[in-house]
Design a protein around this ligand. Structure first.
Ligand code: COA
Length: 223
């Protein structure tokens, strides 16, 4: 659908206010294609002596499923759970490359999605940031989280993050590394309750399609 078609659809469905928001979104997306700068913090979650109790979901009826393959995803859909592959078009490719999905449903409706990787091919599918993860030596990584707006601020991200760490631990990982935008308060607060160390900061700058990633190691461990 072209821009004009999308604008008409927005005007019909959300009225002039929706159209105005849509326009602002489109313009900022265009600007972001030309130029943007973002800061990240890189964190390590130590899984060696970590223990966690997944038995108390923050929302009644919340179910978390670990999906390691298309066959798992087919099975979940067959059981009547909303198919996350329809919401995340790249999901099939991610699974094929070894990334593992975490899907949270309430009454079989998808409310949250998140990913982990145990190798570089899997990581690349949901996280293009070039921070190093030593997959060969027991490190895994996490990323690609999304809570549907209606279900935000109910502790679902934090709960599923616990599931992700527990999964990586069950696969033999001693550490989970990730990069989170420093201004992403919900993510940082959600992860912050798990034992971790901020090992560095990074700055991503994109100008006319050329990106520059600069890392600044941290020796404080808490920044
Ligand atoms: C980031 C995101 C996944 C968090 O999901 P969520 O399920 O709402 O998170 P939780 O309910 O587990 O909240 C975690 C913490 O963040 C806080 N929080 C959530 N939304 C917040 C907001 N908008 N402002 C400030 N704090 C917020 C919660 O209160 C909670 O902290 P607390 O228990 O110490 O008070 C969700 O906001 C989202 O999908 N954002 C868009 C995509 C994104 O940014 N993904 C993360 C990429 S790393």
């Amino acid at each position: 659908m072209g821009l004009v078609g999308r604008a008409r659809k927005l005007l019909r469905s959300d009225g002039p206010k929706g159209l105005a928001f849509g326009l602002v979104r489109t313009v900022s997306q265009v600007i972001r294609r030309v130029y943007f700068e973002v800061d990240y913090c890189i964190s390590d979650f130590d899984l060696r002596d970590w223990e966690w109790d997944s038995s108390r979901p923050p929302v009644e009826g919340l179910e978390v499923h670990v999906v390691e393959s298309e066959a798992d995803a087919d099975q979940l859909a067959l059981c009547g759970y909303e198919d996350f592959r329809e919401v995340t078009p790249l999901a099939g490719r991610r699974l094929a490359c070894g990334a593992v999905a975490f899907c949270a449903h309430v009454d079989r409706v998808l409310v949250h999605m998140a990913w982990v990787a145990l190798d570089v091919d899997g990581k690349r599918t949901f996280d293009a940031l070039p921070y190093a993860v030593d997959f060969a030596n027991g490190e895994g990584c996490s990323g690609g989280s999304w809570t549907f707006p209606r279900y935000r601020r109910r502790g679902i991200y934090r709960h599923v993050f616990g599931w992700r760490l527990a999964y990586l631990q069950s696969q033999g990982c001693t550490l989970c590394r990730n990069a989170t935008r420093t201004d992403n308060l919900p993510s940082r607060r959600g992860q912050g309750v798990f034992p971790h160390r901020v090992i560095g900061r990074a700055h991503l700058r994109m100008l006319f399609g050329r990106t520059r990633w600069t890392e600044y190691p941290s020796d404080r461990g808490d920044a």
